[in-house]
Design a protein around this ligand. Sequence first.
Ligand code: PGA
Length: 262
Amino acid sequence: MGMTRTPLIAGNWKMNLDHLQAVALVQKLHWSLKDASHEFDDVDVTVFPPFTDLRSVQTLIDADKIPFGIGAQDLSEHDSGAYTGEISGEFLAKLNIGSVIIGHSERREYHAEDDRVVAAKTQAALKHGLVPVICVGETSEDLEKFGASAVPVGQLETALENVNADAEIVVAYEPVWAIGSGQAATPEQAQDVCQKLRDVIRAKLGNAAADATRVLYGGSVKSSNIASFMREPDIDGALVGGGSLKVDEFSAIVRFGKHVGV
Ligand code: PGA
């Protein structure tokens, strides 16, 4: 965990929880953290609900002044027009959505999103004032053929083309084989790749961006392993899938400081 960067724990709900369940979970998570006397300023928490939940979650967060960010799981590379089923960054910005996941491996795999699409969506997010959470990671075949870092490094290099040095971005390293498998990367491997991703940020956007940008690890993060990742100097948080759907588990992940002893 970098000394000057505020850790970010991001909950990627994927296609789970309708808007009523979403509101209930956010409320319970807030209560759980308050009950545990959690210092909200110490860790940024952002949830990424399905599109149909965003308005309800945003209304709740506003009304109850809950200190969580809200993000979307995807956006269109276009602003508006004949793109049936797509969601514009402009609409997300109007809902006070702060960030958006881009290039998640499930989008790359099931929706044929390649590095060009990821770069275009990154531009679309930044244009509308949304922080892109750019996901990169190698499959198990990539790992065997090229090692862990070559594919994610290449993916990030393409995504950052034409990004301004002062743009706020988040990078998530998610080895595809670790997602939803229960088999997380080792902290050492995750640190090694996250450090190389930070080097890409430094080369493309400069020192200030490399020092300020949060690089997350994702893939089977749990309350029992989060502390080991957060001890690493280039890991600034986590993108959590399954573990973000259960109140007690996600609350414990957010309170990783208790396990790390910081
Ligand atoms: P997981 O998912 O925590 O369930 O492995 C992570 C992700 O896909 O972002």
